[in-house]
Design a protein around this ligand. Structure first.
Ligand code: NAP
Length: 242
């Protein structure tokens, strides 16, 4: 049985990724922070897709909580390891820098960057020993291009892109790949407050993307077929210039 951990798997892109990986035969560990009912719905969809899974709530920004959850999972699954991790949990706290409060700066960075470290570091050794691993980091167009009003978010995703490239080179020989997926505007709770009608005029494809479209890309990167792709940032944005 191959296990995949999807952080922020309760809603949006994380839910679609969980379902796509389930379809490809992974057993899904669904992480989230607080919305248990949404996570239960993801688990139902994972089962509907023909696989199985379990819920593993923890705050990725909290090192102790993350370590305790992953240690408990390992103790309950002797001899098993998590072969794929999708670092997808993320938040937006947009504001112009001149108005940005310290909490809005640090919470976004903690969840994206500390979250990546807290979740990935403890899983890495097993991937190296077993000589198979897939690490997929959900970044953003904002981390490539920089977007006004998102200095915190662009900074966090840009940092995660750099971490992706560095780690990919450390672990490539052991058949562990590390890639980043950079969506543009995707329908989810995170984009529900945006002015879709005016933004979509700027997108060559003329529409927001669907979470399932991002999930199909992640599923490919998580598969054996993507063995020679590592250290890449793959945009999925309907043609928005990056
Ligand atoms: P979303 O619908 O707001 O869902 C966010 C998910 O992250 C939820 O499952 C939430 O859990 C979880 N989460 C938030 N903070 C967490 C924490 N500290 N620990 C554990 N889980 C946490 O967001 P989305 O649109 O699907 O975005 C998913 C990822 O894609 C994010 O990294 C985002 O930056 C990136 N992205 C999104 C877009 C877009 O257009 N939507 C574009 C580019 C990049 P709860 O349900 O428990 O709150």
């Amino acid at each position: 049985m191959k296990y995949a951990l999807v952080t922020g798997g309760s809603r949006g892109i994380g839910r679609a990724v969980s379902v796509a990986l389930a379809r490809d035969g992974y057993t899904i560990i669904i992480n989230y922070r607080s919305r248990s009912e949404e996570a239960e719905e993801t688990l139902r969809l994972v089962r509907e897709a023909g696989s199985d899974g379990e819920l593993l709530p923890f705050d990725v920004a909290n090192r102790e909580q993350t370590a305790a959850a992953l240690e408990k999972w390992a103790a309950e699954h002797p001899g098993e390891y998590i072969a794929c991790v999708v670092n997808n949990a993320g938040i937006r706290k947009d504001n112009l820098m001149v108005f940005m409060q310290p909490e809005d700066w640090s919470s976004v960075l903690h969840i994206t960057l500390d979250g990546f470290y807290n979740v990935t570091q403890p899983l890495l050794q097993n991937m190296l020993v077993k000589k198979f691993g897939r690490i997929i980091n959900m970044v953003s167009l904002s981390g490539l291009k920089g977007l006004p009003g998102q200095t915190n978010y662009s900074c966090s995703k840009g940092g995660l892109i750099a971490a992706t490239k560095a780690l990919a080179q450390e672990v490539a020989r052991k058949n562990v790949t590390v890639n980043a997926v950079a969506p543009g505007f995707i329908h989810s709770d995170m984009t529900a407050d945006l002015d879709e009608a005016s933004i979509k005029k700027t997108i060559p494809a003329g529409r927001f993307g669907d979470a399932s479209e991002v999930a199909d890309l992640v599923a490919f990167l998580a598969s054996e077929r993507a063995s020679y792709i590592t250290g890449e940032v793959i945009s999925i944005n309907g043609g928005l210039y990056t």
